[in-house]
Design a protein around this ligand. Structure first.
Ligand code: CP
Ligand code: NVA
Length: 305
């Protein structure tokens, strides 16, 4: 159960816990305030930039009666070599939880190991589980069901957003097809975990190369940046590799007529997605961004309730 625990991966949750979380998220969307963080302080330890994760968590914490302290990793002694373990041990004596955005997933695991308080993954190079929860909540809200929905993910398969989406879709029985170029497939370990989930939920997971094949019959087409934070040095090579993977109206022509489009943001308009699609009637993108707030309140209420 989530109460008092870390949330580092979608794999930390059972299906029924996610469904309870979605029920709470819908309730917070109707009635935004709560009290579960009264007299509690949450540290926001960020080593990478953030708009949505930072602001949605800060607002969520405040709406639940708590307060947050934003800690840019560059301002902490970790920037001078203090270990994350020692940082976690010290923070545990001051605050009630840590939302962390780090580069290496192993660093997050070290932080969680030494922290005596709950640690929430606000994104690592490997996973972005809070994003995936908000994404699946958005799909449920839009289609009024999860089972039988078909999602096509177009772009970088070896990516934090893709990996957590694989965990979440397969846990909840949503069919997922990923179209990515050779050399950008999801990490083998994540594929194995997702296939294991799929065996229990009945979801279908496919990895293909052709984006048209992936979007055929899709209810949702999802994409993310081709160049994630920390990959800037590979930008040119990646833009070359992902040419042909843009989500545009031509590609959507191969999907269902009522297809919806998702993107975790920030988007690079004209690269992985066109402005026409982002701002068009199929876009769930800003509803999806809003839902980060409601879903994070639900998550905090399960951990601290
Ligand atoms: N989607 C997302 O996590 O956005 P930020 O990087 O702005 O937090
Ligand atoms: N894959 C992107 C997600 C940003 C929210 C990145 O890691 O930069």
């Amino acid at each position: 159960m989530l109460s008092g625990s870390d949330f580092l991966s979608v794999q930390d949750l059972e299906k029924r816990e996610v469904l309870e979380l979605f029920r709470r998220a819908a309730a917070f969307k109707r009635k935004p305030l709560g009290t579960c963080l009264r007299h509690k302080t949450i540290a926001m330890l960020f080593a990478k930039p953030s708009t949505r994760t930072r602001v949605s968590f800060e607002v969520a914490i405040s709406h639940l009666g708590g307060r947050d302290i934003y800690l840019s990793a560059g301002d902490l002694q970790v920037s001078r070599g203090e270990s994350l373990g020692d940082t976690a041990r010290v923070l545990s004596r001051y605050v009630d939880g840590i939302v962390a955005r780090l580069f290496k997933h192993e660093d997050l695991l070290a932080l969680a190991e030494y922290a005596a308080i709950p640690v929430i993954n606000g994104l690592t190079d490997l996973l972005h589980p809070c994003q995936a929860l908000a994404d699946l909540f958005t799909i449920q809200e839009t289609f009024r069901k999860l089972r039988g929905i078909r999602v096509a993910y177009i772009g970088d398969g070896n990516n934090n957003v893709t990996h957590s989406l694989m965990h979440a879709c397969t846990l909840l029985g949503v069919d997922l097809t990923i179209a990515c170029p050779d050399g950008y497939q999801p990490l083998e370990r994540v594929s194995r975990e997702a296939l294991q989930n799929a065996r229990s939920s009945g979801a279908e997971l496919r990895i293909v190369q052709d984006p048209r094949e992936a979007v055929k019959g899709a209810d949702v087409v999802y994409t993310d940046t081709w160049v994630s934070m920390g990959e800037e040095a590979e930008a040119r090579e990646r833009e070359q590799a992902f040419r042909g993977y843009q989500v545009n109206s031509r590609l959507l022509g191969y999907a269902r007529k009522q297809v919806k489009v998702m993107h975790d943001l920030p988007a690079h308009r004209g690269k992985e997605i066109t402005s026409e699609v982002m701002d068009g009637p199929a876009s769930l993108i800003f509803q999806q961004a809003e839902n980060r707030l409601h879903v994070e309140k639900a998550l905090l209420s399960l951990i601290y309730g």
